[in-house]
Design a protein around this ligand. Structure first.
Ligand code: ADP
Ligand code: ZN
Length: 430
């Protein structure tokens, strides 16, 4: 039987949800217009007033916000409440540049933790569970978000943070952790270490994992599920919209339900900004309709994604987003060709190679170089030069440019305790 944290909201009829969104949006636009001069300016420039926004149908009239706006307005420029009413600051991981900061009132924290509680309950979580949180704590939102959600559900919470993997496993065994929360890269690392330490899944009580904060594939899901003997669920979020818990996976494990009572999603064409119909692939945009301190309207996430309203077997009516297919700004331009790390990953998956890989880009004598290091599986170590050639040619077919492929020994690529570092760009172009 499916479990819900807030059944009324999670299974609300489309009509009622839309009504709720309409009301909240109208109020939120007023709140922002009155309190955030930076956004008021953008609205004025576009000739839109709060009176023009009467329902979600009018959303498209509002200007977008981008990460650049956040950087420009850093640190207080998008704050909509007096600092005296804010109780927390969190910050992005800075994956793609200068970090941005987000502010929270107590109410913002409550709603955020509530979203994380929904994610935990969707994996079958109850107060009987022992929830081991090894996302990073501190400025990063992963640890604090799931920690708070776990408290709300009433799980016994283990605030481990990331790192010290052997101790993670010792506590997992000694204290009988049943739910694990961390990045998928770190989950795979914990799984590998468990087996290296001579244990099997029989030695732990884990039953579910909630993994997010970075892109991961279905193959990686299966690998982690096997290594740890669990069901692995995806969770999505970003600091700008609060943190993890914007969307979460249910028992169907086919995309994440977006908490639409707090966030209205849109998919746009990243080049033209045009709103695309349901089912189209494009850039995900969120409007926070309940946040008080840092309420971003039409925030461009740069995550490439598809939304669907297809009926879900879990009974939830919340719209679903697919796994993000990388970020529009993950794109590397190598010798003038657009390259997404996910394209290289697809080739590795199709050809049965390890997903422990790292892409290195450099510039030598004014020419870009592309080196890809991939860990070998035992069966691939027979004729290394031939394997490397085969793989280089498959990647060339996919990308249109030739990489240098290096098969490297198992475990030689540094494992990540947080978000995986897939690309090392040494060109210093920015
Ligand atoms: P940064 O942008 O510096 O990494 P955050 O720590 O706030 O800052 O990370 C948010 C980003 O992480 C998202 O925009 C998205 O690109 C990525 N992300 C989060 N959850 C997932 C997920 N489940 N799948 C894929 N990508 C994710
Ligand atoms: Zn579902």
């Amino acid at each position: 039987m499916e479990n819900y944290w807030n059944k009324e909201i999670e299974c609300m009829s489309r009509e009622d949800m839309k009504k709720l969104q309409d009301e909240r949006l109208v109020a939120q636009v007023k709140h922002v217009y009155e309190n955030v001069p930076y956004y008021r300016n953008l609205m004025d420039k576009k000739g839109v007033t709060p009176d023009d926004i009467k329902s979600t149908e009018d959303l498209h009239k509002l200007p977008f916000l981008t990460k650049n706006d956040l950087r420009e307005a850093y640190p207080y420029g998008l704050l909509a409440k007096p600092l005296s009413e804010c109780v927390r600051i969190q910050s992005t991981s800075g994956t793609t540049g200068k970090r941005v900061v987000a502010f929270y009132t107590q109410n913002d924290i409550d709603l955020w933790e509530d979203c994380c509680a929904r994610a935990i309950v969707a994996t079958g979580g109850t107060k009987e569970d022992v929830c081991q949180v090894c996302y990073g704590y501190g400025l990063f939102t992963g640890g604090p978000g799931l920690n708070g959600g776990s408290h709300k559900v009433g799980c016994l919470t283990l605030p481990m943070s990331s790192g010290n993997t052997e101790r993670q496993i010792q506590f997992m065994r000694d204290l009988g952790s049943t739910i694990l929360c961390c990045t998928p890269s770190y989950a795979a690392y914990i799984g590998e270490t468990l087996h290296e330490m001579g244990f099997t899944t029989d030695d732990i009580k884990l039953r579910a994992g909630i993994f997010g904060a970075e892109p991961w594939t279905e193959e990686m899901r299966h690998e982690i599920e096997n290594l740890l003997g669990i069901k692995a669920y995806d969770i999505y979020g970003l600091t700008e919209t609060s943190g993890p818990g914007v969307a979460f996976e249910c028992s169907e494990q086919s995309g994440m339900h977006i908490n639409e009572d707090h966030f209205i999603p849109e998919i746009i064409d990243p080049d033209t900004g045009e709103v695309l119909p349901e089912g189209s692939k494009g850039e995900l945009v969120f409007t926070s309709i309940t946040k008080e301190a840092f309420p971003l309207l039409r925030y461009r996430t740069r995550d490439i994604c598809v939304l669907t309203r297809e009926k879900c077997s879990c009974g939830r009516t919340l719209i679903k987003m697919c796994k993000p297919m990388g970020r529009s700004d993950d794109m590397l331009i190598i010798r003038g060709v657009n390259v997404f790390p996910s394209q290289i990953e697809t080739v590795l998956i199709n050809k049965g190679y390890s997903l422990n890989y790292q892409i290195e880009v450099d510039r030598v004598n004014n020419t870009d170089t592309l080196d890809i290091n991939i860990e070998m599986k035992p069966e691939q170590s027979e004729n290394i030069p031939a394997e490397e050639k085969k793989l280089a040619s498959a990647i060339k077919t996919m990308l249109g440019i030739s990489p240098k492929v290096h098969l490297v020994p198992e475990k030689s690529i540094t494992r990540s305790e947080g978000k995986a570092v897939r690309v090392v760009d040494k060109r210093k172009l920015h």
